[in-house]
Every structure is written in structure tokens, then in C-alpha cells.
Design a binder for this molecule. Structure first.
Ligand SMILES: Nc1ncnc2c1ncn2[C@@H]1O[C@H](COP(=O)(O)OP(=O)(O)OP(=O)(O)O)[C@@H](O)[C@H]1O
Ligand SMILES: CCCCCCCCCCCCC/C=C/[C@@H](O)[C@H](CO)NC(=O)CCCCC
Ligand SMILES: [Ca+2]
Length: 522
């Protein structure tokens, strides 16, 4: 950055080496009042007296510094020089560059929703203490709404919010809060464009506003899998630098009626039962999932049904790949398609080969049926439910876990916490698909019983027939990104890159190793 008599003081050290920061990762620049000994935000600067006398003009650049485990931090670097005009030239030049970035990618005005009750109920505190000061430093203005009830954010976005005013929407909360934002934005976009969400075959219109997630929930799986860590400061910095990560969204229908969208996990059987049980224990906070997970594991229920699916055959990548979806992922840049990239013209005209390939059907008794549209990495499972899944390839990984012994199921579950392959087991199969349907065995096609009412009756009837039995209920529930669906028979389709996040995908770790050294010369 500096070739002139400007000396670098960083964290109190005078460095003889040069220090360069990519402009795209500068947050702000401001004059420093050397005489006063403090900078704009009042923090004390350690400066040797001799230096301040020789170089009385200074300015401070705030920039992104990488720390451990994908964490980003805001660092300051202060430059000193003897000439006030030179200092102004530097400040002006950097500001011009930042303005150019704002015109392109960086948000200037954001709509923020805070869930005060998510996770450990720290949402407001996290936002005020960790995020708002960074937004202010980067000159981002905000309209903040603290939600007053569930679906407040969703309904506000759907009907009231003046979206034209904003460059993005930020939610402070967990996966459930993010899901509200997605439902609000996607529904609003379809309505504004005259698209009927109830038609399962309908092509949905992508949302133009990006979404930022400041993690303050229990699982924070979307944040973890798109940034690499559930850390509020890191996420705020990704918003400020204007990152953009497209993401697939699944639409879920029952009998040609729209139910919900899913971005991470659709899980029937094990994950549905864990969620149903844990919802009754919200008071336990994030620990409810461990409690209900253990209980559900011991219960060991299986469910009968048929899964039919449309395999994604014309794609790059499989669920058993060793490569992972990372920042700048080649597969996601090409929408997961084999034909795009090398030959864009061919891709535009190539027929959708998958339409010609038939649907597969698997019938049986399942402990779990999971569809992971992304890895679903989270602190509980750092590689996720489907470690090789892609954020934006237009597919979901359908994982079928057949009935097996408790011991084998435990082995399967434990592999989610290590690098071992959870799919390399005889009772597990995984397919990368574009669409799928599930029909529970007891379902009478179109006249499926209402789960909440008649499902309970069916279960108690079966168990009355077998007193002291260990037989499973006829139905489980679908866990759709942490929400219970009201029907077991569903049809699911993936919409490639329907939304965008203020994220860039998980960065490869070695990048951090080089940049983390404060003395490094670039
Ligand atoms: N003011 C509110 N009062 C009650 N519920 C709310 C409020 N605002 C949002 N919600 C609902 O709270 C639910 C849970 O919120 P959130 O996702 O933030 O936390 P969590 O469930 O602890 O985390 P995770 O979804 O990561 O497991 C969401 O489904 C959301 O609809
Ligand atoms: C005996 C040891 C077994 C260890 C097994 C660990 C396996 C963990 C896999 C975790 C997958 C999480 C998928 C994320 C789902 C989210 O959309 C959803 C909303 O936040 N969370 C849950 O449903 C919460 C679901 C929590 C399940 C535990
Ligand atoms: Ca995907």
C-alpha cells in the first residue's frame, strides 16, 4: 500500500515490512488525531513520542483479518506521515475505492430482524454489542425490527416491508429465523411476479435481495455451512464486504398445495421424531436436541413407505465425492451442470437430460429418510449430514437409512461426528436428486389421514392390537429446517440458486495460515 514516508503502526508495533490489505476487505478509513492520542472511536493508540513528532499526520484503516477456524475479525492498521496533504490523498483515494465497491456489491442500507428468543436468548445483545458497531463503522444504515411473535418477520417481509429501500435483509437468530426470512422474501417475489407457489412444477423467480445471518440460534446450520463458523462478528463482516453466495431451495408440496420451503434438511423418521420431541422442551435451550436425540435413538422407531426420486444424472459430482463445496466452488459456479462452463451455448440449448431418465423407487422400512440440499454442517457434526453436498448445484442428497439394529444405527450416527463415511454401510443408500416424493405405507393416496388427528389414532390402534409391543407408529413427521410439517406424504423439488446469502462459502483453511501472521509481507 505505501511507498512513501508513511510508517506502519499496527497493534503498537512499528513494522519495517510492508503490509498490504486487499481493498475489497477494507471496511473503513478515518483520520487519526495524533496529538490527542486517540482515534475516532476513542481507543487509545500506543505511539512512541518521537514518531508522532516526526510523522504527525495519521489515518487508520479498518480491515478484515482472518483468525482461527474461519473466524474473521476487524483489525485496525494506522499509517503515519509528515505531510497532511499526502494523508488526505490517501484517505480520499481509499474512500473512492470503497465508494466504487458500494456501488457494486456492498450494502448501504439493511433491514434487520432480531429474534429475542432464539438460541440462548442473546439475539438483541449480540446485535447491539457485536454487530451494530461494525455496521456503523462501515457506514451502513439499518432499520431494526425486534420481532414480537413467531412469523412476525415472515409476514412483514411478505406484505409490508418496503423492499426497494434496502440492499439486503439481515436476521439475528437461528435456522428458524432464517427460514422465516426466506419464506417472506420468496413468497413476496413470487407474488410480485405472478407465480403460483401451489404448483409443484412451477419455475420460481429468484429473490434479488441478499440475506445475512447473524447466528444466535441453537443449531445455526445454514450459517455454519456457508461461512464455516457460527460467529456473529464473522457473519457481520461478510455482510459488510458484500459477499454473495447463491443457494438452492427445496419447495415442499402435499396434494398440489404448497407447504414450505427447505434450505437445509428435510428429515423423516429420526430427525422428525427428534424435532417433535424437542419442541416440547424449548425451555431447555439448545440442549433439548441432545436430550431428544438420545431419547429418539433409544426408541428406535422405523417407518414404512415408498420413496420415488428423479436422479440428477447430468451433473458434476456425487454424494460420495471426497471433494467439498468450498468458496468459489467450481460445481456451484456451473449450477452443478455438466454442460455449462466449457460450452455455454450448448448448456443453453441442451435438453434437460434428467427429464428423460426415469424415476427410481425404493420401498421398505426406514429409520430415517433425509434430504440434505447442503452439507448441513453444524457444531454437532462439522462435516454434516451429507459432507459432499453443494450449496448451489440444484440438487439435494436423498439419504435412506433402512431399518437396522440399534448398534448399527449408532455406528452410522457416530460417523457424522468424525471423518468416517456414514454412507459406507449396507443399510444406507444415498442419491443425488432433483425431485422426490414420499408416500407412507398407511397413506390412502390422495386421502391421506391428517397426521395430527388420525395419525395418533392409527398409532394407538396398532399398539392396542399389540399390548406391550415395541412396534413403531405408522407415521413420523417431516422435520423441515426445524419445523414440523403437517403431512407425511410430500413432493419435493429443488430450485437451483433461488436465494443469495451475504456469504462466500467456506474458505480453504491454508489461506488463513498465511494471512494470520501480522508481520507478513504481501
Ligand atoms: N419474538 C418471537 N417470539 C417467539 N418466537 C419467535 C419470535 N421471533 C421469532 N420466533 C420464532 O422462534 C423460532 C426459533 O427461532 P430461531 O431459529 O432464531 O432459534 P432456535 O430455534 O433456537 O435456533 P435453530 O433454528 O438454529 O435451532 C423460529 O421458528 C421463529 O419463527
Ligand atoms: C449418539 C451420537 C449421535 C451424534 C449424531 C450427530 C448427528 C448430527 C447431525 C446434525 C444435523 C443437523 C441438521 C440441521 C437441521 C436444521 O435444519 C434444524 C433447524 O435448526 N435443526 C434440527 O432439526 C436439530 C436436529 C438436531 C439433531 C441432533
Ligand atoms: Ca444443493
Amino acid at each position: 500500500v505505501c511507498a512513501f514516508p508513511i510508517h506502519l503502526i499496527s497493534k503498537g508495533y512499528i513494522s519495517g515490512t510492508s503490509h498490504s490489505v486487499s481493498v475489497s476487505e477494507i471496511l473503513a478509513v478515518r483520520e487519526l488525531d495524533v496529538g490527542g492520542g486517540t482515534n475516532d472511536d476513542g481507543r487509545w493508540q500506543k505511539m512512541p513520542q518521537k514518531l508522532t513528532e516526526a510523522y504527525p499526520y495519521a489515518f487508520t484503516v479498518s480491515y478484515v483479518e482472518r483468525a482461527r477456524q474461519h473466524r474473521w475479525r476487524c483489525s485496525d492498521v494506522t499509517f503515519h506521515c509528515s505531510d497532511g496533504v499526502l494523508r488526505q490523498q490517501w484517505i480520499q483515494t481509499i474512500r473512492e475505492q470503497l465508494t466504487a465497491l458500494s456501488m457494486a456489491d456492498r450494502p448501504k442500507h439493511l433491514l434487520v430482524y432480531i429474534n429475542p428468543y432464539g438460541g440462548k436468548q442473546q439475539g438483541e445483545c449480540i446485535y447491539e454489542q457485536k454487530v451494530a458497531p461494525l455496521f456503523a463503522c462501515a457506514s451502513i444504515s439499518t432499520d431494526v425490527i425486534v420481532t414480537e411473535h413467531a412469523n412476525h418477520a415472515r409476514d412483514h417481509l411478505k406484505t409490508e416491508a418496503e423492499l426497494k429501500k434496502y440492499d439486503g435483509v439481515v436476521c439475528v437468530g437461528g435456522d428458524g429465523m432464517f427460514s422465516e426470512i426466506v419464506h417472506g422474501l420468496v413468497s413476496r417475489t413470487q407474488r410480485d411476479n405472478g407465480v403460483d407457489q401451489n404448483s409443484p412444477e412451477e419455475k420460481l423467480v429468484p429473490c434479488s435481495l441478499r440475506i445475512g445471518i447473524i447466528p444466535a440460534g441453537s443449531t445455526d446450520c445454514i450459517c455454519y455451512a456457508t461461512v464455516g463458523i457460527n460467529d456473529p462478528v464473522t457473519s457481520a463482516l461478510h455482510v459488510i464486504v458484500g459477499d454473495s453466495q447463491p443457494m438452492d431451495v427445496c419447495s415442499v408440496h402435499h396434494n398440489n398445495t404448497f407447504l414450505r420451503y427447505s434450505i437445509s434438511l428435510l428429515g423423516y423418521g429420526f430427525y422428525g421424531d427428534v424435532l417433535a420431541d424437542s419442541e416440547r422442551k424449548r425451555w431447555m435451550g439448545p440442549a433439548r436436541y441432545d436430550f431428544s436425540g438420545f431419547k429418539t435413538f433409544l426408541t428406535h422407531h422405523h417407518y414404512e413407505g415408498a420413496v420415488s426420486f428423479l436422479p440428477a444424472t447430468d451433473i458434476l459430482g456425487t454424494p460420495r465425492d471426497k471433494t467439498r463445496c468450498r468458496a468459489g466452488c467450481f460445481i456451484c459456479q456451473h449450477d452443478g451442470q455438466l454442460y455449462s462452463g466449457d460450452s455455454p451455448e450448448e448448456s443453453k440449448t441442451a435438453p434437460d437430460v434428467s427429464d428423460r431418465v426415469g424415476w427410481g423407487v425404493v420401498r421398505g422400512k426406514f429409520l430415517a429418510i433425509n434430504a440434505a440440499s447442503m452439507s448441513c454442517a453444524c457444531p454437532r457434526s462439522p462435516m454434516g449430514l451429507s459432507p459432499a453436498a453443494h450449496l448451489a448445484d440444484g440438487t439435494t442428497d436423498l439419504i435412506l437409512v433402512r431399518k437396522c439394529s440399534r448398534f448399527n444405527f449408532l455406528r452410522h450416527l457416530l460417523r457424522h461426528t468424525s471423518k468416517d463415511d456414514q454412507f459406507d454401510m449396507t443399510f444406507v443408500e444415498v442419491h443425488r436428486v432433483r425431485r422426490f416424493r414420499f408416500t407412507p405405507r398407511h397413506c390412502q393416496n390422495d386421502s391421506e389421514l391428517d397426521l395430527r388427528e388420525n395419525g395418533k389414532q392409527l398409532f394407538s390402534q396398532i399398539c392396542r392390537d399389540h399390548p406391550a409391543c415395541s412396534c413403531s407408529p405408522a407415521y413420523s413427521s417431516w422435520n423441515c429446517d426445524g419445523e414440523i410439517l403437517p403431512h407425511a406424504a410430500i413432493e419435493v423439488g429443488v430450485h437451483c440458486q433461488l436465494i443469495k446469502l451475504f456469504a462466500r462459502g467456506i474458505e480453504e483453511q491454508p489461506l488463513f495460515e498465511d494471512l494470520a501472521n501480522p508481520q507478513c509481507a504481501l
